[in-house]
Design a protein around this ligand. Structure first.
Ligand SMILES: O=P(O)(O)OC[C@H]1O[C@H](O[C@H]2O[C@H](CO)[C@@H](O)[C@H](O)[C@H]2O)[C@H](O)[C@@H](O)[C@@H]1O
Length: 355
């Protein structure tokens, strides 16, 4: 449980409401707090520089350890000067706000344009828990690499591969008809995933609000619309189903239980794989920037930390335990950061467009 910063308009800065949120910062209620209450806060200005935002004391002290990538932008870019920046982005909660219906988590046009801009100047990949096709459908940019199923389904253009595991690669064509390579380290689990979806659908059908999403190599069991008192029952049903499938395990995201094949592959491996296939794996001057909001993004943060170079950035409006070095509060700050990044490269000498 935590308190979320609230945006307040300029006339009404003193009228703050407490937003109750769960451990992910997802709203679970709002309590109005009268003017002059003892809510210690600092004020700072949001991305538009005209909108004061109120911060609670815990968040402010958390920011000391994980400073805002917007306020630190100049220092960050000075340290990255002359390096090859590669941008990795999560989708839900990073490029699109968290919404009740997973099918409605659309990306805004300004965000699409910001991602497109960044991808003009830096190799850019989106690594999502969703199935790859769905992310492509939402994002609709053809200058971006896509990895779905938490990195278990990666498509890259056909080039000389430096990948470690060529046996799991297949030739394919991308949406423009160009030859591409698809890497799917959990291929042999595909039919079992479908079987588990059927079993889960049957077993959970009497619990209201459950939504099962087929993410190709993993499954999301959404409980955002499930009554709190039904959650334990749901979790037990999912766990008991998985007892029959020992090669799969359960992880948790934002109001979602995720069923995944138990292979040693996560978003961190996907980052390394993409860098390898782009020919940037062993290069000392590569600077990966990874922006994500969820637990599964921590694997990527860890991978970047162990490279000793790069910027792991957590999207969170509440203090969280994280391996990330920097933070952004929400997708609107992500968009602003991406725009700044593209503008910085465009204005810096020797800038070049990625082809
Ligand atoms: O790795 P990501 O791109 O962040 O995907 C993680 C999960 O995101 C989606 O679920 C989350 O967003 C939904 C839409 O805002 C929200 O309704 C849900 O509660 C969140 O957990 C997606 O639907 C899942 O399949 C992904 O695994």
């Amino acid at each position: 449980m935590g308190f979320q910063r609230l945006r307040a308009n300029q006339q009404n800065v003193e009228c703050i409401a407490k937003v109750r949120s769960d451990e992910n910062g997802d709203r679970i209620g709002v309590t109005k707090t009268p003017k002059g209450c003892d809510l210690r806060r600092t004020k700072e200005f949001g991305p538009n520089n005209n909108e004061p935002v109120a911060l609670d004391a815990n968040y402010t002290s958390w920011l000391i350890k994980h400073p805002s990538a917007l306020s630190m932008f100049d220092q960050m870019m000075n340290a990255a000067k002359g390096k090859r920046i590669v941008v990795f982005l999560d989708y839900d909660g990073t490029l699109s706000p968290i919404v009740e219906d997973p099918d409605k988590a659309l990306m805004s046009d300004p965000m699409r344009s910001a991602v497109g801009d960044v991808a003009r100047y830096f190799p850019t990949a989106i690594i999502s828990g969703r199935c790859r096709d769905k992310v492509l459908d939402f994002v609709q940019l053809n200058n971006v690499y896509y990895a779905g199923s938490h990195g278990m389904d990666i498509m890259v253009p056909l080039r000389p591969l430096k990948s470690r595991d060529l046996t799991k690669c297949q030739r394919s064509t991308d949406e423009k008809g160009n030859e591409a390579v698809v890497f799917q380290p959990a291929q042999e689990y595909l039919s079992t995933v479908q079987e588990i979806i059927q079993v889960l659908a049957e077993k959970t059908k009497t619990i209201g609000g459950v939504r099962i999403e087929d993410n190709k190599f993993c499954i999301s069991v959404h409980f955002r619309r499930v009554r709190q008192e039904d959650f334990q029952d749901l979790e037990e049903r999912v766990k008991s189903t998985l007892k029959e499938y020992p090669l799969f395990h359960l992880t948790r995201g934002r109001k979602v239980l995720e069923v995944r094949p138990s292979i040693e592959w996560d978003k961190g491996n996907a980052v390394e794989y993409l860098l390898d296939t782009l020919g940037l794996g062993n290069s000392n001057d590569v600077f990966p920037v990874y922006i994500g909001d969820d637990r599964t993004d921590e694997d990527a943060f860890k991978a970047i930390q162990s490279r000793g170079q790069g910027y792991p950035i957590l999207v969170s409006s509440i203090p969280k335990e994280t391996m990330a070095s920097y933070s952004l509060r929400d997708p609107s700050e992500v968009m602003f950061f991406l725009l700044q990044l593209a503008r910085w490269r465009k204005n810096s000498s020797g800038s070049r467009v990625v082809t």
